[in-house]
Design a protein around this ligand. Structure first.
Ligand SMILES: C[S@@+](CC[C@H](N)C(=O)[O-])C[C@H]1O[C@@H](n2cnc3c(N)ncnc32)[C@H](O)[C@@H]1O
Length: 261
């Protein structure tokens, strides 16, 4: 197998499964930069819902050294190992004092938080975990706990594919025929639905940003990515030729934000 990683016209082709994690980490670094640019540099506490193993939390906390973070995740089921990974990553990054970890259901946890406490409530790849009913409850709780002038920011992979490779990735991760962990309602909510739900929750100054993702995972790198996303091996077998030749592409990142006036 030819192991290589090259850049062509901003597209990064990854064939080597050992490079998948790095390619992903770079995506989160970019994402953290965009999220940090929306947040005021004044100090305050940011809540993050569905923090996982800190993929966004850690690069973001490094970029916002004056902020403290309260992060929550249920760390169960397919994500049961992530608490240990998060704690290790926070220790390595020397962030354990600034990032407080809570193991809880997000809604139970948010409902216990005081109103107007946070300068921001954020999430990354959490909206794919919930459905439209929960989205409404979640965003109105975000509104309650954010202070006036504060923000809510949600990033997620776009459900709207720009090409065949992205379409295949979305199919693998959302069709119950292929994924071991089918979503409740969607791969991700449509951006216009998030915007209208934010509006309904009374957020103003709504912004939608799309970041074109660049990595294409091909061959064994695609197989590795599918495994890490809990996609059944039958998907690899069925699409093997295409996955080796064309690969999969991470859909674009959406960053949607709103301000509490
Ligand atoms: C796809 S992961 C996203 C992890 C990370 N934020 C990222 O950007 O990659 C979704 C996370 O949401 C968490 N989650 C799902 N449902 C939850 C709930 N009801 N309460 C708290 N966390 C939940 C999962 O445990 C998981 O860590």
């Amino acid at each position: 197998m030819k192991r290589k990683q090259v850049r062509i016209d901003m597209l990064q082709i990854v064939d080597d499964p050992r490079k998948v994690e790095d390619a992903y980490a770079r995506q989160y670094d970019d994402l953290a930069g965009k999220v940090a640019s929306l947040v005021s540099s004044r100090s305050g506490i940011i809540a993050e819902v569905g923090c996982g193993r800190g993929q966004l939390t850690i690069p973001l906390a490094k970029l916002l050294p004056r902020h403290r973070f309260n992060v929550v995740d249920k760390f169960t089921g397919a994500y049961s190992r992530t608490l240990t990974l998060l704690n290790k990553a926070l220790s390595r990054a020397k962030l354990t004092r600034r990032v407080k970890v809570h193991k809880a259901d997000y809604l139970d946890w948010l409902r216990e938080e005081f109103s107007d406490k946070y300068v921001g409530v954020i999430s990354s790849e959490f909206l794919p975990e919930i459905d439209s009913y929960e989205l409404r409850m979640f965003l109105s709780e975000c509104y309650r706990v954010v202070r006036h002038g504060g923000l809510t920011i949600h990033s997620f992979l776009s459900p709207i594919a720009r090409n065949r490779r992205q379409k295949l990735m979305i199919e693998a991760d959302s069709n119950p025929k292929w994924t071991k962990t089918p979503p409740k309602e969607w791969f991700s909510p449509r951006p216009d639905q998030v915007v209208s739900t934010l509006k309904r929750a009374e957020f103003r100054n709504l912004r939608v940003k799309r970041i074109k993702s660049n990595p294409i995972m091909r061959a064994r790198a695609a197989e590795h990515l599918l495994e890490s996303w809990d996609v059944k091996s039958s998907f690899w077998k069925k699409h093997r030729t295409r996955l080796v030749r064309e690969g999969l592409e991470i859909p674009d990142w959406m960053i949607i934000s709103g301000r509490k006036a």
